[in-house]
Design a protein around this ligand. Structure first.
Ligand SMILES: CSCCC(=O)C(=O)COP(=O)(O)O
Ligand SMILES: [Zn+2]
Length: 225
């Protein structure tokens, strides 16, 4: 027997909190230079069953978002009723946010156009390896985890294609995805945790780019440890 479809109506307080948090966080990323122009987008999960996300509106300068510049979307990233009026257009990448929230159980997803991941993916298109670095702890991993591979998927304008590629390589222990020639996705329980992870991952990626990515090989040979 199938039950009635689950319903969800966000409260005004929930919407207000989500809108303020998204706008504040987007302004912060813009100041960091990680959301240049209108690039980047953010989401928070409002409900799991049914899956509902508050995602930033599309095409806006992310430094100037108001607490109403977001859209409530479903598991496919499609706008549903219940968000601020007048309705805005959801981020073009809302479908990937929703897939990450569904598959990884993320409470927040951030997508930024920071340079290091894109350069790293150009250099290591089958995944960027990180090992033996204290900063891995800030990315939610142990510093001495064997090897942490940040997955890379080819860019696409089709969020189902991107979502399928993400899911195919998904490792629950690695809360990030690089979209080649595009940008970085990082997730966590909330926007604050996702930002901490993104900042630490950016540091790690800059490290491997600047050292040539062979830090682990040196350590394994006992030259640095
Ligand atoms: C110059 S930004 C190109 C689109 C993009 O990649 C992005 O992150 C912003 O898209 P949105 O629809 O969320 O504004
Ligand atoms: Zn983007």
């Amino acid at each position: 027997m199938t039950g009635a479809p689950a319903m969800f109506t966000p409260t005004a307080t929930q919407l207000d909190q989500a809108g303020r948090a998204l706008a504040q966080e987007a302004a912060r990323y813009t100041r960091m230079g990680w959301m240049r122009g209108t690039s980047g987008n953010l989401s928070v999960t409002l409900s799991r069953d049914p899956l509902r996300l508050a995602v930033t509106a599309s095409g806006l300068d992310k430094d100037e978002l108001t607490a109403r510049d977001f859209v409530v979307v479903d598991e496919a990233g499609e706008a549903v009723s219940g968000g601020p009026e007048p309705a805005r257009r959801p981020s073009a990448e809302a479908g990937l946010h929703a897939r990450i929230a569904a598959v990884a159980g993320a409470g927040a997803v951030v997508h930024v156009h920071v340079l290091a991941p894109v350069v790293a993916a150009q250099r290591w298109p089958s995944g960027v390896e990180l090992r033996d670095l204290e900063m891995l702890k800030g990315f939610g991993r142990a510093a001495h985890d064997d090897v942490v591979t940040v997955p890379v998927v080819p860019n696409s304008q089709d969020m189902t294609v991107l979502g399928d590629a993400f899911e195919a390589g998904f490792d629950p222990a690695t809360p990030a995805l690089i979209v080649a020639r595009h940008g970085l996705y990082v997730w966590g329980d909330d926007l604050h945790s996702a930002r901490n992870r993104a900042e630490c991952l950016e540091w790690l990626l800059r490290f491997v780019l600047e050292t040539g990515g062979d830090a682990g090989e040196h350590a394994a040979r006992g030259r640095w440890t």
